[in-house]
Design a protein around this ligand. Sequence first.
Ligand code: GLU
Length: 295
Amino acid sequence: MSRRPYIGRFAPSPSGPLHQGSLVAALASYLDARAHGGQWLLRMEDLDTPRVVPGAADRICQQLQGFGLHWDGPILVQSARNAVYREAFDRLTHAGHIYGCGCTRKEIADSVLRRDGRLPDGEIPYPGTCAQGLPPGRHARAWRVRVPPGVIHFEDRWVGPQQQDVAADVGDFVLLRADGLWAYQLAVVVDDAAQHVTDVVRGADLLASTPRQRVLQRLLGLPEPRMMHVPVVTNADGQKLSKQTGATALDPARALDGLREAGHHLELGDIVRTEVAGWLTEATRVWAARWVDGA
Ligand code: GLU
């Protein structure tokens, strides 16, 4: 079977500048694209407007360029694509896959607590309270997709085989939020298809999102990209490096050091080069030897 030409992407949220953790995801997706002779696209995931920081998108672009990570083609900006997400949402609605939900977060937490006597870690599975229609006197706050029963399986190139019963573990999830914003899960699936992305390479913090994205790809009849989730960078306390845990912004003046550190994290070993372009070329060769069939 001939594969579609490789298209990869890096999809930062402009909630602040890139840090060493985001560099690992950027570098891994860049190297995988270049090692396959493919394209590497850039997408600004700026839908969560309360978290968007003015100027962060420009800063991210400057940082990528300073680290020699040059993307292909125009940048896709999610905030300009409301009509496209609306169209996908309407398609799901007409097919009967969407319903309005009047529950607050607290009500969902309380009902799960009542049912199980305990709260699961992290995300709370939606118990389906509004699935058969809104209770009297309630109005829709958010809009959820009905998750079909069954286990989703996929192969992750880094982590190995994965599976999740999304209906049981997550429940019907939100596509249009109570604050009127499109959920990440919908936008990412629509945009990966619109950009003809064949390969998603990103941080392992998003591994648990993939089964939900597969659910949406199947309901919308969209292709399912190959997946690779690379290990996230943690700080001394074992927390994922993020703006919230105080990660410092990448400094293009120290690009080679940052790349070397990211390369070690991605198990590329020592790549001895004294300038950025040469380092990236050699890193692409090492990546190809490990991850590209027949390279
Ligand atoms: N925008 C997401 C983030 O910055 C990444 C989305 C993705 O790669 O699918 O965490």
